[in-house]
Design a protein around this ligand. Sequence first.
Ligand code: ZN
Ligand code: ZN
Length: 96
Amino acid sequence: MSKCDLCELRDYTQRYCEFSYPFKFTILDCDSCDTPMAVLGEHRREATADEKKLMVEVLSVVAGAKWGPDGFFIDDVMRQIPDHCHIHARRIWRMR
Ligand SMILES: [Zn+2]
Ligand SMILES: [Zn+2]
């Protein structure tokens, strides 16, 4: 099985939570984007619809606590590591 940076999550960013049931995933700060992301615990390109739903839900709670319910959006485009499922929460910057 191939390994990537998301399989070997480094310890130097903020971790918010780790799930082991009903499946493994971790919510932590992305070290390149400096924003919370959900990372599937297995090296797979696609999460199932149920897996994705739970990851987005938990990630939304974490991001909502940081930036408020309207302060972020969910970004599931995998730019840097396209073969390991991960989802970013990105801050919405508003001009005042
Ligand atoms: Zn990132
Ligand atoms: Zn991986």
